[in-house]
Design a protein around this ligand. Structure first.
Ligand SMILES: *Cc1c(COP(=O)(O)O)cnc(C)c1O
Length: 468
């Protein structure tokens, strides 16, 4: 069944005003620091500049849409996690932004790398990351992927199903690794974290992991421990994304550590590791107040210490897997405005639809998750009053929205450069070729120097895949 309604009946009343959290700014030119990488400033002339390079120059040199990554910012976020979580092993979840350059920076700052496909693994290897610092995830790993993990000797495989256990048993029976392959069991702890609240349930209705409450985690651990070519390291849990504080981790950590202790007892050996997953939040708009890595570390360590003390066990070797928090705020998308259309949405109100030269093909998160973003005029400052606007793409889809609500200067016009901050995570990595859009280039900027780390796709790239 499709849902149709008279144009106007719903459209006219829906969201004419800005959402309650979004106030018209005193000055549309002011940057809110938490939304931007540390290298971004608005110069006296009014233009945005990142690490000393102006956006006009970036647009002229590399074209738009363009992802602009602030290298130092990525490195410092990785370093901040490494410093705060000094006793942990930190795996960068490479799916957030998967390019060899970014993975190399993060690895150089001391982080290990998580991949969840042969493709991501290939990029991590291209970045020069040694296999013993790469972990493999996934709810449906192929035989090829598992064979690679075995043959390369990856740091660990996080096992997600009984079918995968059978596959690992068969694969290692016919080709035992020289060194046992470390594995963990991905457990569902019955905790789902969402931005501002979390829900604790006994069951989870989703595809990942094995249930603690149903005894699946313990049974998987028994089965894995019985496979000689594998080295069962412990239990893994990942409770969600865009989590702003450690309260959601508290219930999960309690359940996971209790299970860790119970499984260790049942196996008659102390499993050495526990992974608490990723999901640390970032600021996409002024309403988001993420915790610092130090606050997260202090909170998590206190929770784990208290639980281990209560269970009478030693604190295991711990790991976490931040993705978004490393790369999200470190990049913005630079677009060129193509059309500006005031759309009358009720008798009193109209909204400015600002169309840019990209859209859902380079940022699917707004359409997919109702994600909220911010935007600002990037190529110049403006003295015009703020006007409630919606930044939309050029795709044939009315849901092709990049920024749902933002106050832009009312004189925004075709040819203006527009920047959307916080697009380092899950934008380029989720990009598509919808409407045969070539995926954007990625430029890295560092200390006055800009270079491409991913080139722009071309129509020839697309035609090369089409066999006619
Ligand atoms: C996606 C994912 C992460 C990273 O999540 P972020 O929200 O980017 O921190 C970590 N671990 C697992 C298992 C994931 O699936």
């Amino acid at each position: 069944m499709t849902h149709t309604h008279e144009a106007g009946a719903l459209h006219a009343t829906a969201g004419v005003r800005a959402p309650s959290w979004l106030a018209p700014p005193d000055d549309v030119n002011t940057l809110v620091p938490k939304l931007w990488s540390q290298g971004v400033v608005r110069t006296a002339a009014g233009e945005l500049e990142v690490a000393g390079v102006g956006v006009t120059e970036l647009a002229e040199q590399f074209g738009t849409p363009l992802f602009v990554v602030d290298e130092l910012d990525v490195r410092e976020r990785a370093r901040d996690f490494a410093r705060a979580f000094a006793s942990f092993e930190i795996f960068y979840a490479s799916k957030a932004f998967c390019s060899a350059a970014v993975i190399r920076w993060v690895a150089e700052e001391g982080l290990s790398i998580d991949v969840c496909s042969a493709g991501e693994l290939a990029v991590a290897l291209k970045a020069g990351v040694p296999p013993e610092r790469i972990g493999l995830h996934g709810n449906n790993k192929t035989e090829f992927e598992l064979r690679q993990a075995i043959d390369l000797g990856l740091r660990r495989v996080v096992v997600d199903s009984f079918d995968e256990i059978a596959r690992l048993r068969a694969l290692t029976a016919d080709r035992a690794p020289t060194r046992p392959l470390p594995v963990m069991v991905r457990a569902t702890a019955g905790v789902e974290a969402h931005t501002h609240e979390y829900i604790a349930t006994a069951h989870e209705d989703q595809k990942f992991g094995l249930s603690i409450s149903e005894g699946e985690t313990a049974r998987a651990a028994q089965e894995l421990a019985a496979i000689p070519a594998l080295d069962l390291r412990g239990i893994h849990s990942h409770i969600g994304s865009q989590i702003f504080d450690t309260s959601g981790f508290e219930v999960a950590a309690r359940r996971v550590l209790a299970e860790h202790a119970a499984v260790s007892r049942a196996l008659g050996t102390v499993l050495p590791e526990v992974d608490l997953g990723g999901g640390f939040g970032i600021a996409y708009t002024t309403q988001d107040e993420p915790s610092s890595p130090q606050e997260l570390a202090d909170g998590l360590i206190a929770i784990v210490d208290a639980e281990c003390h209560a269970l009478g066990i030693d604190v295991p070797h711990l790991s976490i897997e931040p993705g978004r928090a490393i790369v999200g705020p470190a990049a913005f998308t630079l677009y060129t405005v193509g059309t500006v259309k005031p759309v009358v949405v009720s008798r009193e109100a109209s909204r400015l639809y600002v169309s840019v030269d990209g859209g859902m093909s380079d940022n699917i998160r707004t359409a997919l998750y109702n994600a909220e973003y911010s935007a600002c005029l990037a190529g110049r400052a403006s003295q015009a009053p703020p006007r409630l606007s919606r930044v939309v793409g050029k795709h044939c889809e009315s849901g092709d929205i990049v920024v749902m609500d933002e106050f832009l200067p009312s004189d925004v016009h075709p040819g203006d450069l527009l920047a959307v901050p916080g697009t380092g995570a899950y934008c380029r990595s989720m990009a598509s070729n919808y409407n045969q859009a070539p995926r954007p280039a990625v430029a890295a900027v560092n200390d006055g120097d800009a270079r491409l780390i991913m080139r722009r796709e071309t129509v020839d790239d697309l035609l090369a895949l089409d066999l006619g």
